[in-house]
Design a protein around this ligand. Structure first.
Ligand SMILES: CC(C)(COP(=O)(O)OP(=O)(O)OC[C@H]1O[C@@H](n2cnc3c(N)ncnc32)[C@H](O[C@H]2O[C@H](COP(=O)(O)OP(=O)(O)OP(=O)(O)O)[C@@H](O)[C@H]2O)[C@@H]1O)[C@@H](O)C(=O)NCCC(=O)NCCS
Ligand SMILES: Nc1ncnc2[nH]cnc12
Length: 275
């Protein structure tokens, strides 16, 4: 059994694999820029190159915080997260390519460092439980307690009660664990190729994930449109051509499921580990 690459290398590889996966409805890929005027494949690759070294820092920080109570860890790693975000913005000329990806995958790398620091094997359950413990108070402290929203996510919480990336992390990536990973395991066991399994997982995520990007661009109707479309393809079966049709439909509505794209990268990392 080959030893697993370190979780920080898996996170970087997952971001590259996600953006190269094609055809992804509404998202940047090797075929087009989806519903985006301000970013393309080259910019995403520049963003990933800038972010990559920071995943190792998250993991090293996690190892140093291995014995710290989980609820204190976020304050320890947030400055690194914000610095990583700044490195991303410097590389992209201020375009938000991976803000959510930095948050979700940074937490996963920090959790991996904490488990390793405690001499524990990295498992899907252990990684997700530690992320949930680190983020347990995040929604209450950063969303519920805020009156003046500073970001899209905070505005959508006040307006619709959507918790976005924070809620997904506080739930230990529940959408990934309940829907995407079972789909991945089922397709992999059935012999599906990796690209087909990833595209299927993206549809599963789009069908279930309350993606704040979709709501900020198209309101709750936009989110519902994408969820229903994804569920129909999952029910009827899909071919790449059907995804190209869905891509045209989302572009026509300026809809981009960026949150689900991030969770696909989270799925690709967790899929490497035993349950
Ligand atoms: C904790 C923060 C990251 C929270 O930020 P915010 O208050 O903005 O909260 P969210 O709305 O939750 O959005 C953050 C990004 O997370 C992705 N996302 C959205 N919904 C979900 C979900 N349900 N589950 C998981 N992830 C979700 C999404 O990111 C992706 O989409 C962005 C690109 O799409 P685009 O439409 O282009 O976005 P914009 O440019 O903003 O819109 P346009 O102008 O183009 O129309 C890209 O970010 C993808 O990654 C959401 O955007 C933050 O406050 C924070 O703390 N950051 C610091 C990092 C940190 O703390 N790290 C510490 C842990 S190591
Ligand atoms: N491929 C992609 N296109 C648009 N937004 C994204 N956010 C993360 N991955 C993305």
């Amino acid at each position: 059994m080959m030893p697993l690459p370190a979780i920080d290398l898996l996170a970087t590889a997952a971001l590259r694999e996600e953006v190269m996966l094609t055809p992804k409805p509404g998202l940047v890929d090797s075929r087009n820029n989806g519903a985006h005027r301000d970013m393309d494949l080259a910019l995403f690759m520049q963003s990933i190159t800038a972010i990559a070294p920071w995943f190792g820092r998250f993991a090293a920080l996690g190892e140093r915080c291995a014995d710290m109570p989980a609820q204190r860890v976020l304050a320890e790693i947030r400055p690194t997260g914000l610095a990583c975000e700044q490195a991303m913005f410097a590389a992209t000329g201020g375009v938000n390519t991976h803000k959510g990806g930095v948050f979700s995958l940074g937490l996963l790398c920090a959790a991996g460092g904490r488990l390793a620091g405690r001499g524990q094997a990295l498992t899907r359950r252990g990684l997700c439980a530690d992320v949930a413990a680190i983020c347990a108070r995040l929604v209450a402290t950063e969303l519920a307690g805020r009156r003046k929203p500073a970001t899209v996510g905070e505005r959508l919480y006040l307006r619709h009660g959507l918790t976005g990336a924070r809620g997904e992390a506080a739930g230990g990536f529940a959408t990934v664990r309940r829907y995407a990973l079972p789909a991945w395991d089922r397709l992999s066991a059935a012999g599906a190729d990796r690209e087909t399994a990833l595209l299927h997982c993206l549809l599963v995520l789009m069908a279930h994930n309350p993606d704040t990007n979709l709501v900020s661009r198209g309101g709750l109707d936009g989110l519902q449109f994408v969820r229903r479309y994804a569920r129909r393809l999952l029910d009827e079966g899909w071919r790449p051509r059907a995804l190209e049709d869905m891509d045209r439909a989302l572009i026509g509505r300026n809809l981009s499921p960026g949150g689900s794209a991030d969770l696909l990268a989270v799925t690709a990392v967790l899929a490497r580990f035993p349950a």
